[in-house]
Design a protein around this ligand. Structure first.
Ligand code: MF3
Ligand code: CO
Ligand code: CO
Length: 257
């Protein structure tokens, strides 16, 4: 790897590690009765105390430091006075800017005990993301990623959201390439060693269609059925990949003990 790639990987490793640790902290407070704005406050403070910035805050007018997407919310839920209740599933998405580099990650959390249906959807979403990560190396195409996720998810009877995708990141929060979570093997751009991007599939219990609420951000399933999402920031290497946003405490997947 040349020096520029080393610098980008090292920068993203630092940012990604803070982002993952923020979610490890979030895990400590998720329980019935907690307001989503408490999650936001924790993320804001943890990220600041780590000498970093929260990238979502004021990004294109977004008002908060993380996204909290509960149940049928697909993504970009805005933290506020909503109270988490027993049986909810919630995605918390944080993006950290540290020394000029970004790390972007999200996980699902269970609020108390959740239904078998919620667990199946959550498990399938996580496994689909990890299956796609496992194939990563120089020369794999964007379509290979999408088709791996789509096949895995549709086999279980769930659907892949089309309206949002993963993205390159580095010095910018969102940049080329777009990483679609559906597609055909062998199609699309080839991934090259040194590329850094997210894989962040949003998987719906019912149909894949989404709509955005009047707040201009909150994306929901049109059919009001559940949606789940996980996100890792990854880097391509000649013979494989690096995941920059793994939990140092092994809390990547619920129920996080
Ligand atoms: N973190 C989200 C992503 O995965 C983007 C959030 S944009 C925000 O790309 F403005 F809603 F925060
Ligand atoms: Co992202
Ligand atoms: Co994100």
């Amino acid at each position: 790897m040349n020096n520029n790639i080393n610098e980008a990987f090292e920068g993203t490793r630092n940012a990604g590690s803070i982002a993952a640790s923020a979610l490890d902290e979030v895990n400590k407070i998720i329980k019935p009765g907690v307001k989503t704005e408490k999650i936001d406050k924790l993320c804001f403070e943890f990220i600041n105390d780590s000498g970093a910035f929260s990238a979502p805050l004021f990004y294109r007018g977004f008002p908060k430091s993380c996204c909290t997407s509960v149940n049928h919310i697909v993504c970009h839920g805005i933290p506020g006075n909503k109270i988490l209740k027993e049986g909810d599933i919630v995605n918390v998405d944080v993006t950290v800017l540290k020394n000029g580099w970004h790390g972007d990650t999200s996980r699902m959390f269970y609020v108390g005990d959740v239904s078998v249906k919620s667990k199946n959807l959550t498990k399938t979403t996580y496994e689909a993301m990890m299956e796609a990560i496992k194939i990563l190396k120089d020369g794999v195409t964007v379509g290979d990623i999408g088709s791996t996720i789509q096949k895995y998810v549709e086999k279980k009877g769930f659907s892949v959201v089309r309206d949002f995708c993963g993205h390159g990141l580095g010095k910018n929060f969102h940049e080329e390439p777009n990483i679609l979570h559906y597609g055909e093997p062998g199609t699309g751009n080839k991934l090259k060693s040194g590329m850094i991007f997210t894989i962040e599939p949003m998987i719906n219990e019912g149909k894949f269609e989404t709509s955005v609420l009047k707040d201009g951000w909150t994306a929901v399933t049109k059919d009001k059925l559940l949606s789940a999402q996980f996100e890792h920031t990854v880097g391509i290497k000649k013979d494989g990949y690096e995941i920059f946003t793994l939990s140092k405490k092994g809390l990547n997947f619920p129920p996080q003990k």
